[in-house]
Design a protein around this ligand. Structure first.
Ligand code: ADP
Length: 632
């Protein structure tokens, strides 16, 4: 059956990112189009920090307090040696000098330690905020991207950047905070040594440059292999997640799968080993350059100090002080160079994370709207589909028209393509060929958000979130219509259970966050998700994708029939592999091997000598025995 197509058919199409971003080069170009320099990344990172005067002030005070500490050690050496060498050095003067030093040292240490600890959590909070934005991206990005492992290997680099305190974003914030102190020390000590000779300070600067360049080379080498590293990391994370997930616990034990899991880790460990061997090889090759630059500072310092002593240009006390200053300067400069290299290395991953955070991962486009306000009609016109990245054709040249207000059933064996069809109708995927028309308008020309808002879908795998029951039903935490929540729970057949809970619809769900969280059975979770679909206003089509799979066949039929009454004129698609559950529908469409093989009412299809009749006869004996059990 044909429908009218909108006159505004060709006013721009929605993108199909799941297909577009399959190609590695295009993906790189799309996600990492802009090459971020270090200043750009730091500017992005410090945008919120610079707005907070307290943090800026704390960073400056920390830098000064921590920065003068090494200088104090250098000066106390000079003062003590000088006093000791004076014939009239009294113990009081020695004690006074040591006391002043101790007090200053204590004060600076206390201030710097206080500030460092106080602002630690501030930077941690910034990391969590970044993480929230990434989570938002993951929750809203095109569904097809979420099922593309290559895209995930690339996109999940943010985990390397945001998963811990010591590296990535937060590690960089902490290191920059601390490096303020190192910089002040390096400048003060360098300034002191310049008074003696510029060569020591110059050799220090040379060391920093050499160290930075060597470490940058190693960091870039590692960064170029980040996808391989991330692939191994993501897979081992997944495996360890499954190994420790209690839902798989029964199968693991009964089917002795632990050994198989261990085996699955071996290739990942080998991949890690191979990568890290390459990294250490490179580090080893380049480490001698760093050592040579470090030795250069020692040689220059030795030559400068020796020449001063030889020329009687410095006293013993000054000599000891300068020797200490050189030692501390070398350590400080090393620390500073390491800090710079760390920042360069880690900010490359921050740059990648910013890319993912800022990327437009929702297939935008399309300016058409679905006309009318009541139930919608759906038409699949010559639709073929294979999942992005897979060559297996799941749906082949499918034509189907569901008029507005019809109760249609889609039946077929497992793997026939029913859920895939739902994904196409609801806009989660776009067809490889052909069109999906909603009220006669090509869905590819309608904004994705608008398509999503049309459907109330109850899927097979339903998992409540760790929120309250009311929040789960309303899919929101504000403006909840409590009466409506209760009404929907009643309609879904869950009110009896919920009304008996001490906190009713305010009961928290799951035990991951709250000890007293409610854990529902599989069937009850499905009822909860039915209540959620009913709660949603503006729904113009209901889809039940075997949400009752955890229930027995008779219970499924009962729920489907009740649901039919609730729907009041909405277009509805009922999906099941149990033919008896959907026999009340206006029309039944039988899908097999990605094609529609039969369609009609239950009675019509039973009369035909076809697959429907065969399947129904085969399945009916189970219903008979269940009915028998139920009435026994
Ligand atoms: P049904 O709902 O009828 O049981 P599905 O639509 O879930 O069937 O699956 C149809 C076919 O598509 C199956 O062969 C399945 O393996 C394949 N398939 C489902 N999801 C994906 C996916 N994300 N990527 C690749 N193939 C998939």
């Amino acid at each position: 059956m044909q429908t009218q197509t909108s006159p505004k058919q060709n006013i721009g199409y929605r993108r199909n990112l799941a297909v577009e971003l399959l190609d590695k080069d295009k993906r790189k170009q799309y996600l990492h189009a802009k090459k971020h320099g270090l200043p750009d990344i730091l500017k992005y990172m410090y945008r919120p920090v610079l707005k907070d005067c307290k943090v800026v002030a704390a960073s400056i005070v920390y830098a000064l307090a921590a920065g003068v500490l090494p200088l104090l050690s250098v000066f106390i050496v000079e003062i003590l040696v000088r006093l000791l060498m004076q014939n009239d050095a009294s113990p009081e003067r020695l004690i006074t000098a040591a006391g002043i030093y101790a007090a200053a040292f204590f004060l600076c240490t206390a201030i710097s330690a206080q500030l460092k600890n106080r602002f630690y959590s501030y930077f941690m909070r910034l990391r969590i905020l970044f993480m929230n934005r990434i989570m938002e991206q993951y929750m809203t990005m095109d569904y097809g991207l979420f099922e593309n492992p290559s895209f995930l290997d690339d996109a999940s680099i943010w985990q390397r950047c945001l998963y811990n305190n010591a590296n990535g974003l937060e590690g960089t914030y902490h290191r920059i905070f601390e490096m303020g102190g190192t910089l002040v020390s390096a400048v003060l000590l360098g300034g002191l040594l310049i008074l003696v000779s510029p060569w020591i300070a110059l050799s220090g600067i040379l060391f920093v440059i050499v160290f930075y360049l060597v470490q940058k080379n190693i960091a870039v080498y590692k960064h170029e292999r980040r996808e391989e590293l991330q692939r191994a990391a993501r897979r081992s994370q997944w495996l360890s997640g499954e190994a420790s997930d209690f839902r798989y616990g029964k199968d693991m034990r009964l089917f002795k799968m632990a050994g198989r899991f261990e085996q699955a880790f071996h290739p990942l460990i080998r991949a890690y080993e191979k990568l890290y061997k390459a990294f250490t090889r490179r580090e080893l090759q380049l480490s001698f350059i760093e050592s040579a630059a470090l030795i250069l500072i020692d040689i220059v310092s030795f030559l400068v100090l020796a020449s001063k002593v030889h020329a009687n240009a410095v006293s013993i006390a000054e000599f000891v002080m300068l020797l200490t200053a050189v030692t501390v300067f070398t350590q400080t400069i090393q620390l500073f160079a390491q800090g710079l290299a760390f920042i360069k290395s880690e900010t490359m991953y921050v740059g990648d994370t910013i890319d993912i955070m800022e990327a437009d991962l929702v297939s935008t486009g399309g300016e058409n709207h679905v006309p009318g306000s009541g139930p919608v009609s759906i038409e699949l016109r010559d639709v073929s589909f294979h999942y992005p990245g897979s060559d297996t054709i799941v749906l082949e040249h499918l034509n189907l028209y569901i008029p507005a207000g019809e109760k249609c059933a889609l039946v077929g064996v497992n793997g026939a393509g029913k859920t895939t069809l739902v994904k196409l109708i609801t806009g989660l995927y776009q067809p490889t060929e052909g069109q999906v028309l909603i009220n006669g308008v090509d869905a590819a020309t309608i904004p994705q958000e608008e398509i999503f808002s049309l459907f109330g879908v109850v899927f097979q795998e339903v998992q409540p979130l760790a929120l309250t029951i009311a929040e789960n039903v309303a899919a929101s935490d504000t403006g909840i219509d409590r009466d409506r929540v209760i009404e929907c729970l009643k309609q879904a057949g869950l009110w009896e259970k919920v009304s008996k809970l001490p906190k009713g619809i305010d009961s928290p769900m799951l035990k991951v966050i709250q000890d007293d969280g409610v854990v529902l059975s599989g069937g009850e979770n499905q009822k909860l998700s039915i209540a959620r679909a009913l709660y949603r206003e503006g729904t113009r089509m209901m889809i039940m994708d075997e949400p009752t799979a955890a229930l027995d066949a008779l219970a499924e039929e009962k729920i489907y029939r009740e649901f039919d009454e609730i729907l009041s004129g909405k277009t509805a698609l009922f999906i099941s592999h149990r033919l008896a559950s959907t026999r009340f529908c206006d029309r039944i469409v039988l899908l097999d091997g990605g094609r529609i093989v039969q369609q009609g009412t239950h009675e019509e299809l039973l009369k035909e000598d076809g697959l429907y009749q065969k399947m129904f006869t085969a399945q009916s004996k189970y219903y008979r025995s269940e009915e028998g059990e139920a009435t026994a």
